[in-house]
Design a protein around this ligand. Structure first.
Ligand code: PNS
Length: 175
């Protein structure tokens, strides 16, 4: 029987618990799942491609049918290269839908044999995004339970947050 290979593409800057939740779900329905990390060319990522790959590899070691790779250029070209027949994407809320629909339909136009499969992460991750994690960490807030420990540690090292939110002085009030 033909093995179903899927790719899970993304920036993963950084990887969150929501991504891991989706990878676990994907690993259960696909024979092989390749987490494909994009080498961002337009925006400068917080974590280098090597750092993102290392963290992803460490966190996906537990699933035997999950591998990690990097790609640049068109996602559909990469999918063809690795013989993938499906693309896994997560949908958290209605707000994700429009962008994801546009991307899925454009990818279908480019490569009709490639199917996009949407999965929903667990509810507790429905408001979680890499962008918010970066912002919270940069401003000294707690990102515990949003990202794996290895990511939290690397973020802390990278950002060298000097002033914790709790330590900011209270504003002076008029009597
Ligand atoms: O985690 P992200 O940033 O939402 O992932 C977006 C990603 C990497 C899936 C998308 O930007 C992508 O596929 N980029 C590769 C270039 C490409 O194929 N562009 C055409 C999309 S229709």
């Amino acid at each position: 029987m033909k093995k179903v290979v899927a790719i899970y593409p993304g920036s993963f800057d950084p990887l969150t618990n929501g991504h891991l939740d989706l990878i676990e779900r994907g690993s259960k329905i696909f024979d092989e799942l390749i987490v494909a990390i994009l080498r961002n060319t337009e925006k400068t990522p917080l974590f280098s491609l090597g750092e993102r790959r290392e963290m992803m590899e460490a966190m996906t070691e537990r699933w035997r049918n999950v591998t990690v790779d990097t790609f640049e250029g068109l996602m559909v070209d990469y999918a063809v290269k690795v013989d993938a027949s499906a693309v896994l994407r997560g949908i958290r809320a209605i707000s994700d839908y429009e962008y994801e629909l546009q991307m899925a339909l454009m990818n279908r136009k480019l490569q009709p044999s490639l199917e996009t499969v949407f999965m929903m992460p667990a509810e507790q991750y429905s408001y979680l995004s890499s962008r918010l994690v970066r912002e919270i960490a940069q401003l000294g807030g707690s990102i515990k339970s949003l990202v794996p420990e290895i990511v939290e540690q690397r973020l802390r090292e990278k950002l060298e947050v000097a002033v914790k939110f709790q330590e900011t002085p209270k504003p002076k009030r008029k009597k």
